[in-house]
Design a protein. Structure first.
Length: 78
Protein backbone atom coordinates (compact mmCIF):
# COMPACT_ATOMS: atom_id res chain seq x y z
CA UNK A 1 0.00 0.00 0.00
CA UNK A 2 1.14 3.51 -0.71
CA UNK A 3 1.21 6.29 1.85
CA UNK A 4 -1.77 6.50 4.23
CA UNK A 5 -2.99 10.08 4.69
CA UNK A 6 -5.98 12.12 5.86
CA UNK A 7 -8.52 12.56 3.11
CA UNK A 8 -7.46 9.50 1.14
CA UNK A 9 -10.29 7.56 -0.49
CA UNK A 10 -11.50 5.04 2.08
CA UNK A 11 -11.83 2.38 -0.63
CA UNK A 12 -8.05 2.56 -1.16
CA UNK A 13 -7.42 1.91 2.52
CA UNK A 14 -9.52 -1.23 3.03
CA UNK A 15 -12.60 -2.96 1.70
CA UNK A 16 -13.25 -5.04 4.81
CA UNK A 17 -13.04 -4.53 8.54
CA UNK A 18 -15.07 -1.31 8.79
CA UNK A 19 -17.43 -1.26 11.80
CA UNK A 20 -20.33 0.97 12.79
CA UNK A 21 -19.81 1.60 16.51
CA UNK A 22 -22.09 4.65 16.37
CA UNK A 23 -25.31 3.91 14.58
CA UNK A 24 -28.81 4.98 15.28
CA UNK A 25 -32.09 5.90 13.72
CA UNK A 26 -30.59 8.19 11.12
CA UNK A 27 -31.55 6.30 7.98
CA UNK A 28 -28.32 4.35 7.63
CA UNK A 29 -25.96 7.31 7.47
CA UNK A 30 -23.39 6.34 10.09
CA UNK A 31 -19.76 6.85 10.96
CA UNK A 32 -17.70 3.74 10.28
CA UNK A 33 -14.37 3.02 11.93
CA UNK A 34 -11.43 0.84 10.94
CA UNK A 35 -8.68 -0.02 13.41
CA UNK A 36 -5.47 -0.49 11.47
CA UNK A 37 -2.70 -2.93 12.38
CA UNK A 38 -0.42 -0.09 13.51
CA UNK A 39 -3.01 1.20 16.01
CA UNK A 40 -4.28 4.10 13.93
CA UNK A 41 -8.01 4.51 13.37
CA UNK A 42 -9.72 5.55 10.14
CA UNK A 43 -13.21 7.05 10.05
CA UNK A 44 -15.51 7.31 7.03
CA UNK A 45 -19.15 8.07 6.24
CA UNK A 46 -21.09 4.84 5.66
CA UNK A 47 -23.18 6.27 2.83
CA UNK A 48 -19.97 7.23 0.96
CA UNK A 49 -17.71 4.18 1.42
CA UNK A 50 -15.23 5.31 -1.23
CA UNK A 51 -15.20 8.91 -0.03
CA UNK A 52 -12.45 10.52 2.03
CA UNK A 53 -11.47 9.11 5.39
CA UNK A 54 -9.85 10.72 8.39
CA UNK A 55 -6.89 8.99 10.00
CA UNK A 56 -6.17 9.34 13.74
CA UNK A 57 -3.40 7.93 15.90
CA UNK A 58 -4.33 5.59 18.70
CA UNK A 59 -3.51 8.29 21.28
CA UNK A 60 -5.68 10.85 19.45
CA UNK A 61 -8.63 8.46 19.52
CA UNK A 62 -8.03 7.65 23.17
CA UNK A 63 -8.02 11.37 24.04
CA UNK A 64 -11.20 11.95 22.04
CA UNK A 65 -13.11 9.04 23.56
CA UNK A 66 -11.99 9.88 27.10
CA UNK A 67 -12.97 13.52 26.55
CA UNK A 68 -16.35 12.54 25.12
CA UNK A 69 -17.02 10.29 28.11
CA UNK A 70 -16.12 13.21 30.41
CA UNK A 71 -18.63 15.47 28.63
CA UNK A 72 -16.09 17.60 26.76
CA UNK A 73 -17.86 16.94 23.42
CA UNK A 74 -21.36 17.73 24.66
CA UNK A 75 -21.27 21.02 22.74
CA UNK A 76 -21.56 18.93 19.54
CA UNK A 77 -25.02 17.68 20.51
CA UNK A 78 -28.06 19.41 19.00
Amino acid sequence: MERIYNGMPAGELADEGWRKPWSGGNGGSCVEALRMDDGRVALRQSDDPDGPCLIYTGSEMMSFIQGAKAGQADFLLP
